[in-house]
Design a protein around this ligand. Structure first.
Ligand SMILES: *[C@@H]1O[C@H](CO)[C@@H](O)[C@H](O)[C@H]1NC(C)=O
Ligand SMILES: *[C@@H]1O[C@H](CO)[C@@H](O)[C@H](O)[C@H]1NC(C)=O
Ligand SMILES: *[C@@H]1O[C@H](CO)[C@@H](O)[C@H](O)[C@H]1NC(C)=O
Length: 698
């Protein structure tokens, strides 16, 4: 039997510290905050199948294993650590006479699930997982096979190309299953073209796929499909109709001629047929890339575009594309509206779906991330509320798209990785079913791009050195795509922060430090019943997080400063007799109070403040509440993972991208120390000291 001390000491804390920068990854710094992982023909440390389930709980229910993977600004890349969830009853072998810090018999404390409570209360951020409450089903993650992406892939030597393809699509890589393919040219092409560039080709007699399709994109799509075991889903979007079909006779800007609405619909069906003949089944068509762009031409947008107003889009979908598609052999192809910035939600769809025929014909909504900074996610929630039967999918993201982004490619930028991570988390917490990057592979200039619209993405290739550079953005996606397969369901989380006052204000700890915990989270249950939490510590301090699932107990982990984390455990039920002890007891306040006081004292003496448990003593642990006007569970959950304070003050403001200025208040060394699943052998003196105190207290 394990003693209570052992339970706390060995199972309480997993300190996630990497042993070496990047683990197996060969890293390189370009001076943009973090590193890239370099792959070439000889090696690629990024390739490892991480999908194995940690397995079920111990037979006696005493412990349930979890695995946590961490990538950090300091250089960890999917580094692995292991630990156990613990439940109070497992420690019942403690010898009688042990006193806990209230002077009660320890065994008595155990009746209340004491060990769990200790673990739980010591998390600076506490996350309760509620797998019974489920939301949207995941479609998957991926990006666009543009001409540029496919040409970049093609230009690599075969063995390097193979490494890159595996990094994107294979189970040992990012396992991308959602691919967007442009119909014709885009800004990420070598030239402007469509498939019917002969003016007046009213019967599409000269419709031809391009060399870009046949030679570059389709081979990538076919290989990707093979690598994912046929799981690939392709979403096709046109950037513009042939110039002669438009009011302006230009590739850039203008709208479709009203008399050619049907021809443009037929063009889409023809495309589906051409791709099908070459072995590529298209899963969905969008209504066309970023229709709003056409109205900003040529001031801001200098690449292929065609405008729709919501009324025009409604007419074309309802009277032309929708019916043509449903009459065709490709009648199962899904139709997605909008395919533009989410700040247009729900306004755009309120207009498009006012026609019930159109609402019936359209399956979902495609959104882009570029202006998410001005959209505090409300549009997604409203869209779901107005049209709960539509799925929402994010079909484009890349960095440095703005004119004021002067340095387009910033290899190794952690900030850009964090922007992806933040956006995916927020999208997932607001009904989005999948998330796609723009061009999946660009060169180190951010192209090629005929329109010189260079951007920064997750996988960059250095053709001269025949190297593949995997960026922090690639890892931001990896933390989802490698662990959250299609068919996973998002589940409810309740997030509390120990360092928030009831007013939602930043609460200084006993030393006056106010390094604020900045941990955002989302969670899923996979088809094989694993629970996957994705945790983003965007703060500059290491932060302890307690995670509780009534089915397996409580785990506590320390997330390194500026880190992405994926924690996986099996959700298989353990013995039913445990259930009653799991409820968070109302006595938590009292227990925590004395616990935190003694810990605070000890900490003071040792000169090392460990955690902000003082907040508990003041009874300030706040449940995150919903944003203004929140009425559904989903809102509350979403809000709870948003910026600090949103819940308590009842607003829905977010603070995208803010990073705590606070000083580290956590025990622990800089990321880069050794991985520790055993607090007794913890990597810092403070941690050892703290554990010693805990033992004394127990
Ligand atoms: C988790 O618990 C099991 C069973 O008690 C034990 O064998 C294993 O070593 C523990 N794992 C860790 C990482 O502590
Ligand atoms: C596709 O796979 C074949 C066979 O393995 C390989 O020869 C070819 O280079 C691959 N092409 C791409 C673009 O991945
Ligand atoms: C779709 O087309 C197939 C044959 O191509 C047909 O059997 C099926 O009924 C059609 N479905 C709908 C909803 O029209």
């Amino acid at each position: 039997m394990r003693s209570a001390t052992a339970a706390l000491a060995s199972a309480a804390l997993v300190v996630v510290f990497g042993t070496a920068l990047g683990g197996r990854c060969l890293t390189r710094s370009f001076g943009h905050g973090s590193v890239v992982c370099v792959c070439d023909a000889r090696q690629c440390g990024a390739l490892e199948d991480l999908r194995a389930s940690p397995g079920p709980a111990a037979e006696d229910g005493s412990s349930a294993p979890f695995t946590i993977f961490t990538s950090s600004k300091a250089g960890m890349r999917l580094d692995r650590a292991e630990g156990n969830f613990t439940n109070g009853y497992a420690t019942a072998g403690t010898k009688v006479g042990d006193k806990d810090d209230d002077g009660d018999d320890y065994d008595e404390g155990l009746e209340d699930g004491k060990t769990e409570q200790l673990l739980w209360s010591r998390g600076r951020v506490r996350i309760a997982v509620d797998v019974a409450t489920q939301y949207q089903t995941v479609d998957g993650f991926g990006g666009a096979i543009t001409d540029s992406a496919a040409i970049n892939i093609h230009r690599l030597q075969p063995d390097v190309r193979d490494v890159l393809m595996r990094a994107l699509f294979a189970p040992e890589g990012n396992a991308y299953t959602m691919l967007r393919v442009p119909m014709g040219g885009t800004d990420d092409s070598l030239r402007k073209y469509t498939y019917a560039d002969s003016p007046g080709d009213m019967a599409l007699q000269r419709f031809r796929l391009a060399e870009e399709d046949i030679k570059y994109k389709i081979p990538v799509l076919l290989n990707a499909s093979r690598m994912t075991g046929g799981e690939t889903r392709v979403i096709a979007s046109a950037w513009t109709a042939p110039p002669w079909m438009k009011t302006t006779d230009q590739f850039v800007g203008g709208v479709l001629r009203r008399d050619l609405y049907q021809l443009w619909a037929d063009y889409h069906v023809r495309f589906l047929s051409e791709y099908a003949q070459r072995g590529v089944a298209v899963w969905a068509l969008t209504s066309g890339n970023e229709p709003i762009n056409a109205f900003f031409t040529p001031l801001l947008i200098r690449f292929n575009s065609m405008g729709w107003t919501p009324l025009q889009q409604r007419r074309w979908l309802g009277r032309h594309l929708g019916p043509a598609l449903r009459r065709s052999p490709f009648n199962a192809t899904k139709l997605l509206a909008l395919d533009d910035q989410r700040m247009l939600l729900p306004w755009w769809l309120d207009i498009v779906f006012r026609d019930p025929t159109v609402r019936d014909l359209v399956d979902g909504v495609a959104v882009h991330w570029y202006w998410d900074i001005v959209d505090p996610r409300i549009g997604l929630e409203a869209t779901h509320q107005h049209f709960p039967e539509k799925f929402i999918i994010s079909t484009e993201a890349s960095s440095a798209d703005k004119p004021w982004d002067l340095v387009k490619v910033q290899l190794g930028s952690w900030t850009r990785g964090e922007k992806y991570m933040t956006d995916i988390l927020k999208d997932m917490n607001a009904w989005v079913t999948g998330w796609m990057e723009w061009s999946l592979v660009l060169d180190t200039q951010g192209g090629p791009s005929w329109s010189r619209n260079y951007v920064d993405v997750g996988v960059m290739v250095d053709h001269a050195r025949q190297e593949v550079l995997l960026q922090p953005t690639y890892y931001a996606m990896a933390h989802f795509s490698r662990f959250v397969p299609r068919g996973s369901r998002r589940v409810r989380l309740q997030v509390e922060r120990a360092d928030l006052s009831p007013a939602g204000e930043d609460q200084p700890d006993e030393q006056g430090l106010s390094g604020r915990a900045q941990v955002d989270a989302t969670a899923f249950v996979t088809p094989r019943d694993d629970v996957v939490l994705v945790l983003h510590n965007s703060g500059d301090s290491d932060t302890s997080v307690s995670i509780r699932d009534p089915r397996v107990g409580v785990a506590r982990v320390v997330l390194p400063a500026r880190s992405f984390n994926t924690l996986v455990y099996s959700g298989a039920e353990r013995g039913a007799d445990e259930a009653s002890g799991e409820a968070e007891s109302s006595g938590a306040g009292a227990g925590d109070s004395s616990e935190s006081e003694s810990e605070a004292d000890g900490a003071g003496a040792a000169g090392a403040s460990t955690e902000a448990d003082g907040a508990d003593a003041a009874g300030t642990s706040t449940e995150a509440g919903g944003p203004a006007g929140a009425s559904t569970d989903a809102d509350a959950v979403g809000a709870s993972t948003e910026a600090d304070g949103a819940g308590a003050v009842g607003t829905s403001t977010e603070t995208d991208g803010t990073v705590a200025e606070g000083t580290s208040t956590e025990a622990g060394g800089p990321a880069g120390a050794s991985t520790e699943a055993d607090a007794a052998g913890a990597s810092t003196e403070e941690e050892t000291e703290r554990v010693r105190r805990q033992r004394k207290e127990i």
